[in-house]
Design a protein. Sequence first.
Length: 305
Amino acid sequence: MNYYLGLDVGGTSVKCGIIDESGNIMFDRIFSYNAQSYADKDTIISNFSAIFKDLAGKISDPEINIKAIGLAFPGPFDYAGGISFIRGIGKYDSIYNINLREEFFHSIREDEYLSSLMDKEPEIIFMHDIAAFALGEIFYGKGIGYNRIIHLCIGTGAGSAFSIDHRLVGTGEGVPENGWIYNTNFKSSIIDDYISARGLANIAAQYFKDSQDGRKLYNKAIKQDEAALLVFKEFGRDLYEAFTPFIIGFKADCIILGGEIVKSFKFFGRQIEEFCKAEKVDIRLTHNTSKSTLMGLYRSLSRGQ
């Protein structure tokens, strides 16, 4: 049977899944590995090779054939060429301008065990992590049944994608360049500085003396901590002001929100929820961003999307 390895690559961890040819994530489980993103080039490449090997070793099928490997990376990145341009953030600096596809093919060929499990002509693809997330939602998740979707994943930044009739679009009416809203002017800076983990932390700094992240604020908010509730309310107002022009301009019929912060949506989402209800736009929350990303990689690998 054919299998696909999917890797959702982050700065701290790499979330991985093994997907069979029917599109099922094996063991119904996502595996997490240390990214070692601060290491030198050889260590990072070796780490990815070890991940490939460990994932492959979990498959007990005697007729195993790993057809392809898909990796979702944040930008900047030459996805067609397989070259990382991530630099200056203290993560993956050592693989800047390195052709990762060539490096991975070389490491696979050098490993007799791993190469024996791979297809004779395996494919290795790279995708923007938000594009993969969006594809996964369109075909296997909360996007089923909708035609015009804005996908927003709030984490270290405001990652976004726009889709029409099951295809990602980077131009057109109401679509920012590449489908990316993060660099749109907003208040005194850009959206990315407000609709993100650091944006939330900056608001929290106005209410708390010690640093607060999303998890701490959530734990306080469920206990009805007044300051935490005010932080989320202000964050929700920023989200409303930054995001609603895109909803209107794109004529979206669905908004899909992902990222760790969505579990706190009940504390910050009221304003945008009321707006969307009035505009007859559905808001769907996805609580497993990595699963959607892995399924998006599978879609691209298996269907050539």
